[in-house]
Design a protein around this ligand. Structure first.
Ligand SMILES: C[S@@+](CC[C@H](N)C(=O)[O-])C[C@H]1O[C@@H](n2cnc3c(N)ncnc32)[C@H](O)[C@@H]1O
Length: 279
């Protein structure tokens, strides 16, 4: 399915419904990358694939009244949630949300000091062109900082629900890394290569790990059945099979349970580069 249609028609409404839990989960990983971006007051920052806007609002707080944080996304319903949150917060003067394809939008007409992304760079049909467009979005010397997933096997957030489903359902083949999807930048060296080809200098792609939590055992079980590659499998399954998968998932998640909730390990890449050419 075309990735833009996928986000608008399938994943986007789900992300809006689960926005609070997703923000709780992904926030520590986004903040880790944002720390590296070292955003300064007065800067113009682009947040690629901003979704429901949590990271854009955090960036707008950092740039302050003299700066601008622009969240760009293709998904209308997620942007509607992001705009609503900006209106509720005191930050609406320095946060804007644009509906556009980040792969081709002419950002270079009014360049940025920094491009940031929290898990928004993996869904381009033509990543090489998209990364080149994001490099052109920056002033010379401008920086790109992003976080993306390493492989599915290293990320129980996606993998544990599939493991729970395996005894009861036929699992699909994993999406090849050359197609858009959460793990398209997972192969070691791939994102680094894309950044270099796009004209970035001082390119770094560092692995980092962290544990993330959505809450206790019941909440984590319900949440994981609504996210990731298990969702289309369960949509086709009988209620009895869904109940079996849920019971097994609940059991598997006990391995990750602590007194503070269920904590899942994650394996990520932290991507960084500097634009070395004029837009
Ligand atoms: C995994 S979600 C991450 C959302 C948000 N950054 C977060 O961390 O909550 C990926 C986001 O990228 C957006 N996206 C996918 N392809 C895009 C494109 N070509 N241009 C802009 N946004 C895109 C999706 O609509 C979705 O909101």
């Amino acid at each position: 399915m075309d990735p833009i249609a996928y986000w608008n028609e399938q994943a986007g409404p789900r992300w809006v419904a689960l926005q609070e839990q997703l923000d709780r989960l992904l926030n520590p990983l986004g903040l880790r990358a944002m720390k590296e971006a070292a955003i300064r007051p007065g800067e113009r920052v682009l947040d690629v694939g901003c979704g429901c806007g949590q990271s854009t609002l955090q960036l707008s707080e950092q740039v302050g009244a003299d700066g601008l944080a622009v969240g760009v996304d293709v998904c209308q319903v997620m942007l509607a949630r992001a705009r609503q949150r900006a209106n509720w917060s005191a930050l609406n003067w320095s946060a804007l949300f644009w509906q556009a394809d980040a792969a081709s939008h002419p950002f270079h007409e009014d360049p940025f000091d920094a491009v940031f992304s929290r898990f928004g760079l993996m869904f381009f049909s033509h990543p090489q062109q998209a990364f080149a467009n994001l490099r052109r979005a920056l002033y010379p010397g401008g920086r790109m900082v992003a976080v993306c997933w390493r492989d599915l096997e290293q990320n129980p957030l996606f993998e544990v629900a599939l493991r729970a489903a395996a005894p009861f359902l036929d699992l699909p083949d994993p999406t090849p890394h050359d197609l858009p999807g959460p793990f398209s930048l997972a192969p070691p060296g791939k994102a680094e290569q894309l950044l270099i080809q796009a004209g970035f200098a001082a390119v770094q792609c560092q692995p980092f790990e962290d544990r993330i939590s959505v809450g206790g055992l019941e909440e984590s079980t319900d949440f994981l059945l609504q996210m990731g590659p298990v969702v289309p499998l369960l949509a086709e399954a009988t209620p009895c099979t869904v109940a079996q998968v849920k019971a097994r998932l609940r059991q598997l998640l006990q391995d990750y349970q602590t007194s503070a909730g269920v904590f899942l390990p994650t394996a990520n890449w932290l991507l960084q580069g500097i634009s070395q050419q004029a837009a």
